[in-house]
Design a protein around this ligand. Structure first.
Ligand code: NDP
Length: 444
């Protein structure tokens, strides 16, 4: 079995799905030596089975807008792999949502969840619905119709969705309310819930905080600290906001945030007050970052990404393929030595190769942004026990989980030249647990 032969089969069987092909290629390239060295994996055709989702659900979502016009969207749930636990993964509401993107996200989620050490399988879902510019009532009606289509396929021991791009606490509230109404039961079938109805402390902050804890572990191996480091961040949503907050708390200097329209450059460094202002801008007023520039006197660069700004550490926290080869070369030329992915697959395949060649520490989303789903796993545990832990307890567990993920990445990614290939480490460590579970089940 060779990579190109394997990928030509994947491409033929999944036409028109470039993001899915990219995620599979990155994974298979790293795990292939482990697979071919073990006859059990080869005989069981473990890789061929892993790239085939357990099932894909697609459904029509019809709803009425504020003008009484009928709107039609498409809903999805990709239940990718439940070898080590019930399907778990977010819902994305964005006009760009399609099967390729959700299959790549569900595939990645399988190995990310395996890395967390918690018993969770991988899934992802969403709809091509754009919440931007919609009233609260329209978002509620959409969420209710979406959940009416999805409810029969999920459940606390079956499949437990959460938020992602375009799905925050408001949407989770509407989705959970409709699920509870249809099933006539209160169960933790969604995570990211509000504190009043079963949500875990720190779930909102967990992905961003975890991404920073992971970067801290990388630096600690080289006897370095976050304090004093200049950091660029892309995105200004949930993950970006809490990445910025934790970096600032730890004494780093955050100089950028971005959105779909461009990025702000604040060379003096952002403060917690400014980040909270961005949170209000994005989650309450749904405004653009050019307002930040006006409010705080920083520069706004329209239609550009932040990777031209010199930094020590880069945190891509917006979306897939937002950092390309040219960006990678610019970052390296400007002295960047560490990239920690808050977003899923934000770095293109070719850019990843540039980081590898330059021996930049590159923490893939599977590892670096696993804190969010890890705390979702803890939310499920708290719901099942009918109790809740304190913020301090959850934070302590989050730090411990990120430390363990880091250790597993080093174990499987450490090279003879002393450089850690975090992409290899994360993929191999994530693969082994899922593969061994699948072997134990026989031919299913
Ligand atoms: P949000 O919707 O809260 O924020 C997304 C941010 O990214 C917004 O600032 C948005 O800009 C920007 N963005 C989205 N699409 C694009 C695009 N095509 N080009 C430029 N900017 C874009 O989502 P999250 O913060 O939750 O998610 C961000 C990333 O993190 C995603 O890749 C997601 O899969 C990943 N992730 C999220 C987790 C979570 O717990 N939420 C867990 C693990 C990974 P604008 O403000 O203009 O809309």
């Amino acid at each position: 079995m060779d990579l190109d032969g394997f990928m030509s089969d994947v491409t033929r069987r999944n036409p028109g799905e470039p993001e899915f092909h990219q995620a599979v290629r990155e994974f298979v390239e790293k795990v292939l030596p482990v697979v071919t060295a073990d006859e059990r994996y080869v005989r069981a055709r473990i890789l061929e089975r892993m790239v085939e989702p357990d099932r894909v659900i697609m459904f029509r979502v019809v709803w009425e807008d504020d003008d009484g016009a009928i709107q039609v969207n498409r809903g999805y749930r990709v239940q990718f792999n439940n070898a080590i636990g019930p399907y778990k993964g977010g819902l994305r509401f964005d006009p760009s949502v399609n099967l390729s993107i959700l299959k790549f996200l569900g595939f990645e989620q399988t190995f990310k969840n395996s890395l967390t050490t918690l018993p969770m399988g991988g899934g992802k879902g969403g709809a091509d619905f754009d919440p931007k510019g919609r009233s609260d009532d329209e978002v509620m009606r959409f969420c209710q119709s979406f959940m009416t289509g999805l409810a029969r396929y999920i459940g606390k021991d079956v499949d437990i969705p959460a938020g992602d791009i375009g799905v925050g606490s408001r949407e989770v509230g509407y989705l959970f309310g409709q699920y509870k109404r249809i099933q006539n039961e209160w169960s933790g079938a969604l995570t990211g819930k509000g504190p009043a109805y079963g949500g875990s402390p720190l779930r909102t902050e967990a992905t961003g905080y975890g991404c920073v804890y992971f970067a801290r572990e990388i630096l600690a191996r080289a006897d370095e600290v976050l304090e004093g480091k200049t950091c660029t961040i892309s995105g200004s949503g949930n993950v970006a906001q809490y990445t910025a907050e934790k970096l600032i708390e730890m004494g780093a200097r955050v100089v950028t945030l971005s959105d779909r329209h461009g990025f702000v450059h604040d060379p003096g460094g952002m403060t917690l007050e400014k980040v909270r202002w961005v949170e209000e801008l994005k989650t309450v007023r749904h405004g653009g970052l050019e307002e930040y520039a006006r409010e705080w006197g920083a520069a706004f660069h329209a239609r550009e990404t932040p990777w031209s700004v010199p930094c020590d550490l880069a945190f891509p926290c917006a979306t897939q393929n937002e950092l390309d080869v040219d960006d990678a070369r610019t970052l390296i030329a400007n002295g960047c030595r560490l990239v920690s992915e808050g977003a899923n697959m934000p770095v293109t395949y070719e850019a990843s190769k540039v980081f590898e060649a330059a021996r930049v520490s590159h923490a893939p989303g599977k590892a670096a942004n696993a804190g969010g789903v890890a705390i979702s796993g803890l939310e499920m545990a708290q719901n099942a026990m009918r109790m809740s832990w304190t913020r301090e307890e959850v934070d302590e567990r989050l730090r411990a989980i990120m430390r363990q993920i880091h250790e597993r990445c080093v174990e499987h990614g450490y090279g003879s030249d002393g450089w850690v290939d975090y992409v290899r480490g994360a993929n191999v460590a994530g693969f082994l647990k899922v593969a061994d579970a699948m072997l134990a089940f026989g031919v299913v």
